[in-house]
Design a protein around this ligand. Structure first.
Ligand code: GRG
Length: 296
């Protein structure tokens, strides 16, 4: 399979969806609309929305008949908001994201804060508006994304991360909890949203969630490896930040080689969770395999 071409085909649907569903840059206040687009159209990998589309495809042609693209854009809105806020001076204070100046550097802090807020709100507006013909589906999507974005996961995980940043007492268990909440939950939610739009049965949605959590852990471990081994130009964000801040990461706790092994083991667990699912999972499985290989 030509993984890049398969990825690009789905990412193009996401790009078109973003262009269609975000406020137009001439809409007032234009500074806010263009700030939202600056971050959303900066060329991220689109991993989460592509996973969502791929999970929905597993159930075609049966499915619910609903278009997964607005939900894919919603997931990318939540992800991008979290990056914008994470880069702010009160958090990571970063200058580079997706190969460009971070939003607060290109605009200003208040605009970056508000653009993040507006993207988070837009995500839930998209789910409510585009899936209203099937209220049960709309409610499930909103509940899932809200849970992944909120106290129990993304925001709570970020808080735990901040609280433990300078600590020498971070255990492997705590680090895994932070990874699960901060990174894996939104990746799992992407697969779950796709499966829900596809009309998957509860046990199939459960498998997608398991696969997403394992994949999310693998992805975060490899992100730690890449932070320690790649350069900023390759990553499109500041490299080497974790070691500089003496942050507890998988690499600090387990070393490079053990971290790579853990990522491979997590990817294999993700593949095992995908196995019982219906449909052609070859794109998903190839993508999962490639993510564990990206730090090699
Ligand atoms: C501020 C609420 C709040 C949360 C911040 C997402 C996050 C939590 C922090 C960003 C820093 C970080 C290392 C997050 C872990 C998840 C991760 C690896 C994000 C980067 O995702 P990619 O590589 O980014 O998919 P692109 O730019 O390709 O979309």
């Amino acid at each position: 399979m030509d993984l890049d071409a398969e990825m690009r085909r789905r990412a193009a649907l996401v790009e078109q969806g973003i262009d269609r569903l975000l406020p137009a840059s001439n809409q007032s206040p234009t500074r806010l609309a263009s700030a939202m687009r600056y971050s959303m159209q900066a060329g991220g990998k689109r991993l989460r929305p592509v996973l969502l589309l791929a999970a929905a495809e597993l159930f075609e042609p049966a499915g619910t008949g609903l278009d997964p693209v607005p939900a894919a854009v919603a997931v990318e809105c939540v992800h991008t908001y979290s990056l914008i806020h994470d880069d702010l001076p009160c958090m990571d204070n970063d200058d580079l994201r997706r190969g460009r100046p971070t939003l607060h550097r290109a605009y200003d802090e208040a605009t970056a804060l508000l653009a993040g807020d507006a993207l988070l709100a837009l995500a839930f507006e998209l789910l409510a508006r585009h899936y209203s013909s099937q209220p049960g589906v709309a409610a499930a999507l909103g509940g899932e994304l809200g849970s992944a974005a909120g106290f129990g996961h993304l925001v709570g995980g970020q808080m735990l991360d901040l609280l433990n940043e300078k600590s020498d007492a971070v255990t492997a268990e705590l680090l895994e909890e932070i990874h699960l909440r901060k990174t894996a939950a939104l990746i799992a939610a992407s697969l779950v949203l796709g499966g829900t739009i596809g009309g998957g049965a509860p046990e199939q949605i459960g498998q997608l969630r398991r696969a997403g959590l394992e994949l999310g852990l693998a992805f975060q471990i490899m992100d730690d490896v890449l932070d320690a081994t790649a350069d900023s130009a390759t990553l499109g964000k500041t490299a080497g930040k974790d070691a500089k801040a003496d942050k507890t990461t998988s690499v600090k706790l387990h070393g490079l080689e053990a971290s790579r092994r853990h990522a491979v083991a997590r990817s294999e667990a993700a593949l095992a969770a995908l196995r019982p699912l219906p449909g052609d999972a070859s794109f998903l499985t190839t993508l999962v395999g490639s993510l564990a290989a990206r730090g090699r």
